[in-house]
Design a protein around this ligand. Structure first.
Ligand code: 5GP
Length: 208
């Protein structure tokens, strides 16, 4: 196979980041339902408390601190981060990713910028997408409207959001979440495009 050809039948890793409250989960859920690709969300593990609308095993695997640390020590995470510096851990489980990729799935990691940087060292060919709120005021309104945060955790999330927005330019693609429909359509189109041009350059796919 020449340097400008690549077999594209295998799985693909997609990293989606964006500040808390930007609407990542909603966009990703609809993307998986609507985009005609074998997309699958990697369900992360976390020690944060469950919210009323969280489903265990669907949104996250909710673990105790002890269980999370045990799995970390056991090398079960691809990456793990204490996302808001408030004692709650989030981590990508290795077997979620490898099982999916080995069966030809396009695995979506919905993770923070620090976790994304760690994954990129292991999977430099991953496609990266940053979902942007447009501006910080819009993000604040969304988080307040969601009603899931105490004033303290809201302030903390907005502080982290500032750092995350500053990192957006490190991503291959930035998608502004004006409406969920538009964001889903934009992301689906760029994924479909990457199917034929896997490295974002003019590398062509070959078939066996
Ligand atoms: P939330 O508590 O609102 O569900 O998520 C908070 C943040 O944690 C989100 O921005 C999300 O991207 C990030 N996150 C969720 N799962 C993981 C993970 O497995 N690893 C990392 N590094 N971040 C995660």
């Amino acid at each position: 196979m020449s340097k400008t050809e690549q077999n594209c039948d295998g799985g693909k890793l997609i990293i989606i980041s964006g500040p808390s409250g930007v609407g990542k989960s909603t966009v990703v859920k609809q993307l998986i339902q609507q985009c005609e690709l074998p997309l699958e969300l990697s369900v992360s593990a976390t020690t944060r408390p469950r919210r009323a609308d969280d489903q265990a095993g669907v949104n996250y695997h909710f673990l105790t601190d002890e269980e999370f640390q045990r799995r970390a020590a056991n090398g079960e995470f691809l990456e793990y981060v204490e996302v808001f510096g408030r004692g709650y851990w989030y981590g990508t489980l290795k077997d979620q990713v490898s099982t999916g990729l080995n069966s030809g799935k396009w695995i979506i990691l919905e993770i923070d910028i620090e976790g994304a940087a760690k994954v990129l060292k292991l999977y430099p060919e991953a496609l990266t997408i940053f979902i942007h709120p447009g501006n910080l005021e819009q993000l604040q309104r969304r988080l307040e409207h969601r009603g899931t945060e105490t004033p303290d955790s809201l302030a903390r999330r907005l502080e982290v959001a500032k750092q995350e927005l500053a990192a957006a330019s490190n991503y291959q693609n930035i998608v502004i979440n004006k409406t969920v429909e538009q964001a889903v359509e934009t992301i689906c189109q760029l994924l479909l495009k990457s199917k034929n041009h896997p490295s974002g350059d003019n590398t062509e796919c070959t078939t066996n």
